[in-house]
Design a binder for this molecule. Structure first.
Ligand code: S3P
Length: 168
């Protein structure tokens, strides 16, 4: 089995993915990291130099390549489920978990490292909450297709015990 973590920017996919992988001794993969290491550019630079469409194409190709990985936790980017049929594909090929959070919670989480997120970089602070609300509403229909939904603010190292089993 492979587990795909999905959710908005700042919902904790990479943070919790890494922790859960450590708890269960499963490998952890981060889709953005896989893309940046094969492109040798940061996500921001890929958006700036090659455009979002190019990034989404690389993202989909990288996601499809995870088919060769077994018993792993894979953190997706916030937009991964919303392009090129990726949500449907993940549901066919693995177990999807949505880390849901309120716009206020997400705002707090993304404030610190907003410059590394191309979609948020140029939104001014006063408009950021509104931007998050709009984008989240747009993406919610995709996120809601996840097999399991967990609240981002109530997670612990053992949150996946019922999915993976405490000692595997
Ligand atoms: C994106 C989220 C980012 C990254 C890219 C686009 C999005 O990942 O893939 O900046 O469309 O929401 P994180 O959710 O890990 O920040």
């Amino acid at each position: 089995m492979r587990i795909y973590l999905i959710g908005f920017m700042g919902s904790g996919k990479s943070h919790w993915g890494r922790r859960w992988a450590a708890t269960h001794e499963w490998p952890f993969y981060d889709l953005d990291d896989m893309i940046t290491s094969s492109e040798r550019l940061s996500v921001t630079d890929i958006f700036e130099q090659r455009g979002e469409e190019y990034f989404r194409m690389r993202e989909t190709l990288t996601l499809r390549r995870t088919l060769g990985i077994n018993r792993a936790i894979i953190a997706c980017g916030g937009g991964t489920p919303c392009f090129h049929g990726n949500m449907e594909w993940m549901n066919e090929q693995g177990f999807t978990i949505y880390l849901s959070a309120t716009p206020a919670y997400l705002l707090q989480q993304v404030m610190a490292d907003r410059s590394q997120r191309p979609l948020l970089k140029n939104v001014n602070e006063a408009e950021l909450l509104y931007f998050i609300q709009q984008k989240l509403a747009e993406r919610e229909p995709f996120y809601q297709q996840a097999k399991l939904k967990l609240h981002a603010d109530g997670l612990s190292a053992n949150s996946l015990d019922s999915v993976i089993g405490p000692e595997n």
